[in-house]
Design a protein around this ligand. Structure first.
Ligand code: NAD
Ligand code: WQD
Length: 356
């Protein structure tokens, strides 16, 4: 753990959401002191209550919008943050196509305001939730961080725009330490079954859809395409357990702390982290059919499915080159596809209506 000359209080924007709530637990277990800032636009206070119960301590929670500069100033003025983990954002690809201004305003506009307030209070370390979506349809697999970036939908463009902003900021001012974690496909839930993914309405993503078919809430899974050039014709993704992903954030913060403290000690070597994109995936691909079969194997529930047309904008295959995370952060995903199915299922049966 960092020694007492380091600050280790972390602001977690979007910390009430799916990935944020799991990361709060991992941060607490690693000894970080956290405050969550979330407008609850896609999450519930109940998630915060449950995280508090799981860690045996009340989480400091501020209900607020990252576009509210005044409230952010009050929060930064009353805390001494080491840095920010920035999950807050809207994430539904389809909705972003219908409401592009909302997505640019919330995700890009909100991030700019957050960065401005951070600069005012001289908090210059940020871990940002980026996405494998910035790679679009990759030329080669596995995808490494130097692959070309290209997006076609406003959600993806908002992530890419934020990456460009972070890059420019690091170029303009070398005191910033900015890590963009590019998540592949996070699934699963906390092993307690108390927190998990709680989508609004009919899920867009594969694992919550499978779980809701398994529990009888939905009748049948539509598998979007069985004519891709993959192992069985269905899409291939790099599914990663949300608990592993949460640990990746702890590793990223630890890395920032180490870099900053070694630069403070060795002035001659003074160099900030700048802008550092890092993939968080397992490094392996699993097809849609393989995931469905693994789910049945683990849970004993048959998933009824039909093949339908490909979904617009989908790609055939996507999985990460994970060397950078391994070498720089010393982090590697540990949990298997079976763990992901088991934990998603536990969350689903214990909470058939999510947090409601
Ligand atoms: P989520 O919707 O569960 O969590 C996002 C949280 O941000 C929610 O609690 C929401 O209320 C909050 N929020 C949104 N706009 C806000 C604003 N203006 N001010 C304050 N709070 C706001 O989503 P998640 O799955 O936990 O994703 C977290 C982040 O990771 C998002 O930025 C998302 O784009 C990114 N990401 C997610 C995935 C994924 O598959 N889940 C993959 C890649 C990247
Ligand atoms: C996975 C596979 C589908 C649902 C999305 C976002 C991406 C990132 C992660 C935030 C694909 C197939 C799905 C269904 C299906 N999020 N599928 N039937 O599209 O890889 O990534 O979430 O950054 O930006 O686009 O994830 O879970 O939707 O799909 O056959 O009902 O499952 O075609 O092959 P995706 P997904």
């Amino acid at each position: 753990m960092p020694e007492n000359f380091m600050k280790n209080k972390i602001l977690v924007t979007g910390g009430a959401g799916y990935l944020g709530s799991h990361t709060c637990i991992a941060l607490h277990e690693a000894g970080y002191d956290i405050a969550v800032y979330d407008n609850l636009s896609n999450s519930s206070r109940e998630a915060i209550n449950r995280v508090s119960t799981l860690i045996g301590q009340k989480i400091e929670f501020i209900e607020g919008d990252i576009r509210d500069a005044e409230l952010l100033r009050q929060v930064f003025a009353s805390h001494e943050f080491f840095g920010v983990i920035h999950f807050a954002g809207l994430k539904a690809v389809g909705e972003s196509v219908v409401k592009p201004l909302l997505y640019y305003n919330n995700n890009v506009g909100g991030t700019i305001i957050l960065l401005e307030v951070m600069a005012e209070y001289d908090v210059k370390s940020l871990v940002f939730s980026s996405s494998a979506t910035v790679y679009g349809d990759p030329d080669t697999l596995p995808i490494d961080e130097s692959s070309k970036r290209f997006c076609t939908n406003p959600y993806g463009q908002s992530k890419l725009a934020i990456e460009y902003i972070l890059e420019d900021l690091a170029k303009a001012d070398n005191s910033w330490n900015l890590i963009a974690l590019r998540y592949f496909n996070p699934i699963g839930a906390h092993s307690s079954g108390q927190i998990g993914e709680d989508p609004n309405g009919i899920p867009n993503n594969l694992m919550p859809y499978i779980s809701q078919v398994a529990v009888g809430k939905l009748e049948k899974l539509s598998i979007f395409g069985n004519d891709y050039p993959t192992v069985d014709g269905t899409g291939v993704r790099d599914f990663i357990h949300v608990t592993d992903l949460a640990q990746g954030h702890v590793a990223a913060l630890d890395y920032l702390e180490q870099q900053i403290s070694s630069n403070k000690i060795n002035i001659s070597k003074k160099k900030s982290v700048g802008f550092l994109p890092i993939n968080l995936g397992t490094g392996g691909g699993t097809s849609v059919l393989e995931l469905v079969n693994a789910f049945t194997e683990v849970t004993g529930r048959d998933i009824s499915y039909q093949f339908t047309d490909r979904r617009l904008g989908d790609i055939a295959s996507c999985y990460a080159d994970i060397d950078k995370a391994k070498f720089l952060l010393g982090w590697k995903a540990k949990l298997s596809i079976h763990d992901m199915c088991q934990d998603s299922w536990r969350w689903q049966i214990l909470n058939p209506n999510g947090y409601d």
